[in-house]
Design a protein around this ligand. Structure first.
Ligand code: FUB
Length: 327
């Protein structure tokens, strides 16, 4: 670790945007000063993982050129911290082109660990089957490098046409391993889908099923606290984050309302929720970095998440100060 730190170059948040199009070749230390976290490149669609006492943040890299207004992401990024202020950006761990069957679009994704391996479920566009698809990559390390675990998509658009004819409904995977060891893949746009995963984490173990969630747009995320399961998701457009609660990961889900309001200057508002060192964190993105931030040039932010005594969640207060340094 010490050698890595010595090798790393220092990059202060708030520095010029010249590194935006560069890929990290070695570990880079970034001292963050608030929200948005990073100002040297655009980061979107956060996912979070805590492993061996380290907080890992995964994000898509928004690379939309100045003369375009569209989602343009070719790779995913990984950052880690142990104090919530000093972040290490690791070399790019995975690109859309690492899936030979995909034609691009590094959309939302999530990493989960099982039996010492790290599985990264990603959204991409399929090269041969019209529409978005979900792939899964694997690594022995949370920072990669990751490789395609199957050589094919685990979910394709033609598997869900009975629910909706749109081509972008098979996006935004989240994965949950329940207390009995059963893993679930949950995803969707317009319709929220779920399916059991086999123990190998790279094959479905049953049919595609659906959750009924009011005004569901996309970005499902499952977490659990005490005996409650929480399914948070992006709702309507521009997106707020809403959530539902259940005693079981397969529902039924009871809608509980808005968790986070529309995030500044971005139509999307893609959340991850995780506990680290005793504190709950709400990770999301907005379009508020520098003067060029927008719905297609997004930036990850982190704020605190608090619960009420009955287990419901308090509405998130989005801040520019962000969260405090911890030991
Ligand atoms: O980044 C592309 C798409 O925008 C994601 O897949 C959605 O969740 C939305 O944030």
């Amino acid at each position: 670790m010490l050698r890595k730190l010595l090798k790393a170059s220092m990059l202060l948040a708030g520095s010029a945007f010249t590194a935006m199009s560069l890929s990290a070749q070695s570990d880079t230390i970034i001292i963050t000063s608030g929200n948005p976290l990073f100002t040297h490149k655009y980061t979107a669609d956060p996912a979070a993982l805590v492993h061996d006492g380290v907080f890992y943040l995964y994000a898509g890299h928004d690379q939309c050129p100045p003369d375009r207004e569209r989602y343009q992401l070719h790779e995913w990024l990984v950052f880690s911290t142990t104090d919530m202020k000093t972040w290490t950006e690791h070399p790019v761990p995975l690109r859309a082109k690492d899936f030979a069957w995909a034609k691009g679009d590094a959309w939302a994704a999530q990493v989960i660990e099982r039996n010492g391996k790290f599985y990264w479920y990603v959204t991409v566009s399929h090269a041969d089957i019209h529409g978005k698809a979900i792939g899964v990559a694997v690594s022995d390390s949370p920072t990669g490098p990751f490789v395609d675990a199957r050589g094919s998509a685990i979910i394709t658009n033609d598997m869900t046409t009975e629910y909706t004819k749109i081509s972008w409904d098979d996006i935004d995977p989240t994965v949950w391993i329940d207390d009995d060891g059963q893993a679930y893949l949950i995803w969707g746009n317009t319709q929220c889908y779920y399916a059991k995963l086999k123990d190998n984490m790279i094959e479905l173990d049953g049919p595609v099923m659906t959750f009924d969630l009011p005004r569901f747009t996309e970005a499902p995320w499952i977490h659990k606290k005490d005996d409650w399961y929480y399914l948070s998701y992006a709702s309507e457009f521009p997106e707020k984050i809403c959530y539902a609660m259940s005693r079981s990961v397969t529902g039924p889900w009871e809608y509980k309302g808005i968790l986070n309001e529309i995030a500044g200057n971005s139509n999307t508002n893609h959340q991850a929720i995780i506990q680290y060192k005793g504190q709950w964190y709400f990770v999301y993105h907005n379009g508020a970095v520098n003067t060029a931030g927008s719905s297609y040039r997004r930036s990850v932010c982190i704020d605190y998440l608090y619960y009420n005594e009955d287990g419901t969640m308090k509405r998130v207060v989005m801040t520019t100060e962000g969260v405090d340094k911890i030991q």
